[in-house]
Design a binder for this molecule. Structure first.
Ligand code: HMG
Ligand code: MG
Length: 305
């Protein structure tokens, strides 16, 4: 595919149930989490990051991980992914039959220490047996690279550091890497440089963008990614979320806003925007929060009128 030709179809991974909800201090019932997943799949999302198998002491909101995975009525063609930071998490996850697991490290040492309590090198050592076990079980492994352009503790991150983590992930057999702008400070050319560093080790279809929208740059960064041919993005319904280890970080770019952008560009997503907006309205209603998607707010205002 030519680098300047936009992809015709884009795969969206809704990470709302995991990245979105993990940061919520108020309890969200297992039933509401399951309902959110059901609404996302009904809206046409084929990839749903459902929960994480991390320490409940670190992230209490994800403590019902197994119950969420067991409670979902799976829809054929939908892939359910979960985060697994170590073998303990992987073993618990395996029993719930995920389609994909996510190991996560960072391009910044300081962030990695605060997020998973180990160095980048140690995280790769921990992921090696997880990746091996997942592959043996026929489960795809995605690797997330946090702080790919900027870090709350280390400041600007050079693309070479993203390239290094991508290379290490490749060496242990991780199938796909997600370039994450955890704190949303990236701007288009810097994001392209981070993606290009990952593309030195992975093919286009195995690199994705994961952009938090803290500074309002996520849609511009998605456009810049599309121009490189990147065709997979993590997004979060109604812009849910933040990061517990990155103060002030807001949610991922809202799925609704990305769908509107992509459909406007003539790019297929398979997503029904109206049903997606209803899913976002549902979860924001549960949380008692305003909707973080500008597209959802506009459509809801139009419907009310
Ligand atoms: P640790 O304390 O270094 O682990 O935590 P440990 O191996 O020393 O174990 C300590 C205790 O945790 C033990 O229990 C273990 O059994 C338990 P105790 O004996 O004290 O009762 N434990 C676990 N329990 C459940 N599930 C597990 C597990 N592992 C150990 N998997 C650990 C290391 C990684 C577990 C911890 O630091 C942790 O859970 N961190 C949470 C990190 C997290 O979830 N962050 C948010 C997700 S990442 C993210 O949002 C970024 C992303 O969106 C991309 C982006 O935007 O940048 C992906
Ligand atoms: Mg994230």
């Amino acid at each position: 595919m030519g680098r300047n030709k936009l992809p015709q179809r884009v795969k969206l991974v809704d990470v709302g149930p995991r990245d979105g909800l993990q940061n919520e201090k108020q309890p969200v019932s297992t039933g509401d989490k399951i309902e959110l997943v059901h609404r996302l799949q009904a809206a046409g999302l084929h990839e749903i990051e459902t929960t994480s198998f991390v320490s409940p002491k670190w992230v209490p909101q994800m403590a019902d991980n197994s119950a969420v995975m067991e409670g979902i009525e799976r829809q054929p063609g939908v892939r359910y992914s979960v985060l697994t930071p170590n073998l303990k998490g992987f073993e618990a996850a395996l029993a719930t039959r995920p389609d994909e697991i996510v190991v996560f490290s960072a391009a910044s040492e300081a962030f990695n220490q605060r997020n998973i309590n180990c160095s980048i090198a140690e995280s790769i050592e921990r992921f090696a047996p997880v990746t091996e076990a997942a592959r043996a079980a026929g489960i795809k492994v995605r690797g997330a690279i946090s702080c790919s352009v900027g870090c709350p503790y280390e400041g600007e991150i050079a693309p070479e550091r993203v390239g290094l983590v991508a290379k290490l992930m490749k060496q242990i057999g991780v199938d796909h890497v997600g370039v994450a702008d955890t704190i949303g400070v990236g701007t288009p050319h810097r994001v392209q440089a981070a993606l290009e560093a990952a593309l030195e080790h992975y093919p286009l279809e195995e690199v994705s963008g994961h952009f938090h929208d803290t500074y309002g740059m996520a849609l511009a960064n998605i456009m810049a990614s599309l121009e490189l041919g990147i065709a997979t993005f993590d997004t979060s319904v109604s812009g849910l979320g933040g990061c517990p280890y990155a103060k002030g970080a807001t949610g991922n770019v809202a799925t609704e806003d990305v769908v509107f952008l992509l459909h406007g560009l003539g790019i297929e997503t398979g997503v029904d925007l109206d049903r997606l907006i209803d899913a976002g309205t549902f979860i924001r209603g549960v949380l008692g929060q305003p909707n973080g998607s500008r597209v959802a707010r506009a459509v809801l205002a139009k419907r009310a009128g």
